[in-house]
Design a protein around this ligand. Structure first.
Ligand code: G3H
Ligand code: 13P
Ligand code: ZN
Length: 322
């Protein structure tokens, strides 16, 4: 099937109590690792491209690689989405350039400016058969060149969501309930320790999610910053010469719970980076003589595939839903 929008996949996810994985793509091995897992698990998927990914890999290369995945994975719906579109011009370039979905992220601007820019993108996107994700509330962490400190982040105000969705006409809404971007989502001071001394992060604000959902019945909600930062990857990176002290993510059980509620799209990027880095560090430590990139990129691609397979089945619940 050709590239699809997220409309149908979100409706099925909402009704079915699961979420679709939205994975960031930056090169061929990442596209292949994700889509091979989804094809095997018969799972719908969103492949998303950030401003940084377009700068790194080039818009055309990314679109053509995703189009190749569509051909290679004929049984599953694949959407191509702009992640954190910073302005109308970037969204327009992606709408004109083959994407089926865009995010306009004006969440750090005042409410009325966010409404105006989002509305402008929605009008252009809908006229071209493309859907739009918008955001209300600010996540802490790093996205492209924008750094938001924990002090400047704020949970979504549920009382704003109906007006925002009505005025903008957006198709899905990203909200802030305590997730954040990157591999260091919480400081050790924000966490408690379990009996084994392992850091346990503060819980997500499910009360905010529930209040938003009450006000927007049937409307698809998106969670950004949803990598779990698996211990096994961090330990492997540290074991083989890396240095990632205190990396910590969102517990899988919390994401599974969100997926059963109104959250239809869960964004994962950092876990891909960690899977690749852990695999390559281990490979170089064990095979110091290797210099053919295929020798270390093949297991790295497999590590992405294994990680995504685990998410589809154990976190998102979207396996078998294509
Ligand atoms: O939200 C941020 C994503 O992880 C994309 O990261 O802007 O470094 O490509 P990037
Ligand atoms: P992570 O950094 O938690 O993977 O979040 C990715 C994301 O939200 C992309 O938009
Ligand atoms: Zn994000």
């Amino acid at each position: 099937m050709p590239l699809v929008t997220t409309t149908e996949m979100f409706k099925k996810a909402y009704d079915g109590g699961y979420a679709v994985g939205a994975f960031n793509v930056n090169n061929m091995e990442i596209v292949q690792g994700i889509t091979e897992a989804c094809q095997e698990q018969h799972a719908p998927v969103v492949l998303q491209v950030s401003k940084g990914a377009r700068a790194y890999a080039n818009h055309t290369y990314l679109v053509k690689m995703v189009e190749a995945a569509v051909i290679e994975c004929p049984d599953i719906p694949i959407a191509l989405h702009l992640d954190h579109g910073p302005d109308f011009e970037t969204c327009k370039a992606c709408i004109d350039g083959g994407f089926s979905s865009v995010m306009i992220d004006c969440s750090s601007r005042p409410f009325d400016e966010n409404v105006e820019e989002t509305k402008k993108v929605v009008e252009y996107a809908h006229a071209h058969g493309v859907v739009v994700e918008a955001e209300l509330g600010t996540l802490a962490g790093v996205e492209d060149d924008v750094k938001v400190s924990a002090a400047d982040s704020s949970y979504t105000h549920p009382e704003e969501v109906e007006e925002f969705v009505t005025r903008t006409g957006c198709d899905s809404l990203a909200i802030a309930i305590g997730t954040s971007h990157g591999a260091y989502k919480f400081t050790p001071e924000q966490c408690t320790r379990n009996a084994d001394g392992v850091l346990v992060p503060p819980p997500l604000r499910f009360d905010v999610l529930e209040e938003v959902s009450k006000r927007l019945p049937g409307f698809p909600i998106v969670l950004h910053g949803s990598s779990s930062v698996p211990r096994e990857f961090v330990d492997k990176i540290n074991k083989f010469g890396g240095k990632m002290p205190d990396a910590i993510g969102i517990p899988e059980e919390e994401l599974r719970h969100a997926a059963q509620l109104s959250v239809c799209k869960i964004n994962i990027d950092s876990d891909i980076r960690l899977a690749i880095t852990a695999s390559i560090r281990e490979h170089f430590a064990e095979h110091p003589d290797h210099f053919d990139p295929r020798q270390y990129l093949k297991p790295a691609r497999q590590a992405v595939k294994d990680m995504v397979t685990h998410k589809l089945i154990n976190v998102l619940g979207c396996n078998g839903k294509a």
